[in-house]
Design a protein around this ligand. Structure first.
Ligand SMILES: Cc1ncc(COP(=O)(O)O)c(C=O)c1O
Length: 457
C-alpha cells in the first residue's frame, strides 16, 4: 500500500464554527479586573477593542459561526495540511506515529493570520480605520499587515527591539503588505519614552510593546483606531481553534479516533490553544489524551510562575488578567524564539493548566535548535525557533514511546517556518548560543512587586 504523507481536506470541509473552551472549563473563568479590583465591563474595553470582538471575548457560547466573508479569505491557505512525519519517525527509530499540522503554509508563514483576518474583519465591520499592535518575532505584525491589506485597514506595528534587529526581513514583509513597523521601545509614546529614559539599551519586551500599541490606539483623537492583540485573549484562542477542528477531521480520514499526545509551543498560548482546545473538549468528555504545552526554560511561565492576577503589559494599561505570570516587569533573556518571550499566559490556557487538563514542559533553546535541525534534515521544512519547542517536546515523547515500546499517536502544531529566523540557526551552528535559566530569586523578587494585587480563585 502506498503510504499517505499529507492528509488534506477540501475547501468545503473547512470548519464553519469556532470552538469556545470557556463553557467546558472545570471551574468558571475568573473575570478580568479593572482599577479598584472590580470586574471590568464590556463598555470599559470599548476604547481598545470593537464591541463585536468584546462580545466574543466574554461569550459563554460553545460554538460560534465563522462568517462566510472570513472563510472566503481563510481559503487562501486553509485547510492546512496534516502531515505524517515518516522521515522524522525513521530517524528516531520510534514506534510512535508523529503527525503535525502545518500552519507555516499561510501567507505570513505561521498560524497568526487565522486570528488576524478575523480581527481585521470584525474591526472593519465596526467602522474602524486603523489598527495598532505589537509583535515579538515579527510573525504577528506580518500577519496583521497582511490582513490589513486584504480587508482595507491601516496597520501600525511596535516590534520588540531585539527582534527588530535580529529579523529585518519581517519588517520588510510588513511594509510590503502596507503596514508601518517601528522598534519598541520607541519615542512615539509616553510608555516608550519612560522605559528608554530608565533603560536606554533595553532589548525591549512584548509587555513594553503592548503598552505602546494600546497607548497609540486610545490616544487617537479621531476614535477610529483600535488595538489588536495576537495572542493571550479569549477571542484569539477562539479564532485559532480552526486548527484543531481541522486536525480532528484529518485524523479521522486515516482511521485515528484520537491522538494519545497533543503538543503545542506556548508564548501567549494561541497556537497551542488552537490545536489543543478541541482535544481538551474530548478530554473533558472522557477521552484519555495527554496535552502538553512546551515553553522556553528562560521564560518559564507555565512551569515556574504562580497563578495570579497580573497586567498583560509593562505600563499596566491592560486589565488584571487571571493567569500564570512571571510578573509584568519581567524582561526575558533575548532568546531567538522571540514569540515565546512573554511574561504571562492566556487566561484560558492558564485555567486549563490549573484544572489539570494539560501539563507543561520547559526546554532549553539548544535542545530546541537541535530538534529544529533534525526536523529540517528529515521533514525538510525549517521550523521557526518558537515551533522547535513543540518539535523538541514531540521528540522527547517519541523517544519515551520507544523506551516503552508503545505505538502512540503524537500530534503537534507546526506553528511557523523559520526562513526569516536563520540568524538563530547560524548562532546555534557556530556555537554562539547559550542556554538561560532565570534564578528563582529573580522571579521571586519580580513577583514581590505584585504584593497586594487581588488573587484569583
Ligand atoms: C511561529 C510562532 N509560533 C508560536 C508563537 C507563540 O505565540 P502563541 O503562543 O500565541 O502561539 C509565535 C509568536 O510570535 C510564533 O511566531
Amino acid at each position: 500500500m502506498t503510504r499517505l504523507k499529507k492528509i488534506l481536506l477540501d475547501e468545503s470541509e473547512m470548519p464553519r464554527q469556532w470552538y469556545n473552551l470557556t463553557p467546558d472549563l472545570l471551574s468558571p473563568l475568573n473575570p478580568p479586573l479593572g482599577p479598584g479590583g472590580k470586574p471590568i465591563t464590556p463598555e470599559m474595553l470599548a476604547p481598545v477593542f470593537p464591541m463585536n470582538l468584546i462580545e466574543q471575548e466574554v461569550s459563554q457560547q460553545r460554538w460560534i459561526d465563522i462568517p462566510e466573508e472570513i472563510r472566503n479569505i481563510l481559503v487562501q491557505w486553509r485547510p492546512s495540511p496534516l502531515i505524517r512525519a515518516y522521515e522524522l519517525e525513521e530517524a528516531l527509530g520510534t514506534p510512535a506515529k508523529i503527525y503535525y499540522k502545518n500552519e507555516s503554509v499561510s501567507p505570513a508563514g505561521s498560524h497568526k493570520p487565522n486570528t488576524a483576518i478575523a480581527q481585521a474583519w470584525y474591526n472593519k465591520q465596526f467602522g474602524i480605520k486603523r489598527l495598532t499592535t505589537e509583535t515579538g518575532a515579527g510573525q504577528w505584525g506580518a500577519a496583521l499587515s497582511y490582513a490589513g491589506a486584504l480587508i482595507g485597514l491601516e496597520v501600525k506595528v511596535f516590534m520588540v527591539r531585539v527582534s527588530f534587529d535580529q529579523k529585518p526581513f519581517r519588517k520588510l514583509m510588513m511594509q510590503t503588505w502596507g503596514g508601518t513597523c517601528i522598534a519598541s521601545p520607541s519615542t512615539e509614546t509616553q510608555a516608550g519614552r519612560n522605559i528608554l529614559e530608565k533603560y536606554p539599551d533595553t532589548p525591549g519586551s512584548l509587555g513594553i510593546a503592548i503598552s505602546e500599541a494600546i497607548e497609540a490606539a486610545v490616544t487617537d483623537p479621531t476614535g477610529q483606531t483600535r488595538y489588536s492583540l495576537g495572542s493571550v485573549l479569549n477571542h484569539v484562542m477562539l479564532h485559532q481553534t480552526i486548527i484543531g477542528l481541522e486536525a480532528k477531521k484529518q485524523l479521522a480520514k486515516v482511521g485515528i479516533k484520537k491522538p494519545d499526545v497533543v503538543i503545542g509551543c506556548c508564548g501567549g498560548g494561541s497556537n497551542f490553544a488552537g490545536l489543543a482546545f478541541p482535544f481538551i473538549y474530548d478530554k473533558v468528555n472522557g477521552a484519555d489524551i495527554q496535552i502538553i504545552g512546551a515553553e522556553p526554560f528562560s521564560c518559564p511561565t507555565l512551569t515556574k510562575a504562580p497563578f495570579i492576577y497580573d497586567h498583560g503589559d509593562v505600563a499596566e494599561m491592560t486589565p488584571l488578567l487571571p493567569m500564570y505570570s512571571l510578573g509584568h516587569n519581567f524582561i526575558p533573556a533575548p532568546i531567538h524564539a522571540g514569540g515565546l518571550r512573554y511574561h504571562g499566559m492566556a487566561p484560558l490556557v492558564s485555567a486549563a493548566l490549573k484544572d489539570g487538563l494539560m501539563e507543561a514542559q520547559a526546554i532549553h533553546q539548544s535542545e530546541c535548535f537541535e530538534a529544529g535541525l533534525l526536523f529540517s534534515k528529515t521533514e525538510g521544512i525549517i521550523p521557526a525557533p518558537e515551533t522547535t519547542h513543540a518539535i523538541a517536546s514531540a521528540i522527547r515523547e517519541a523517544r519515551k514511546a520507544k523506551e516503552e515500546g508503545k505505538e502512540k499517536v503524537i500530534l503537534f502544531n507546526f506553528s511557523g517556518h523559520g526562513l526569516m529566523d536563520l540568524v538563530g540557526y547560524d548562532k546555534y551552528m557556530t556555537g554562539q548560543l547559550s542556554d538561560y535559566e532565570y534564578p528563582e530569586s529573580e522571579i521571586a523578587s519580580n513577583l514581590e512587586k505584585l504584593k497586594g494585587y487581588p488573587l484569583p480563585r
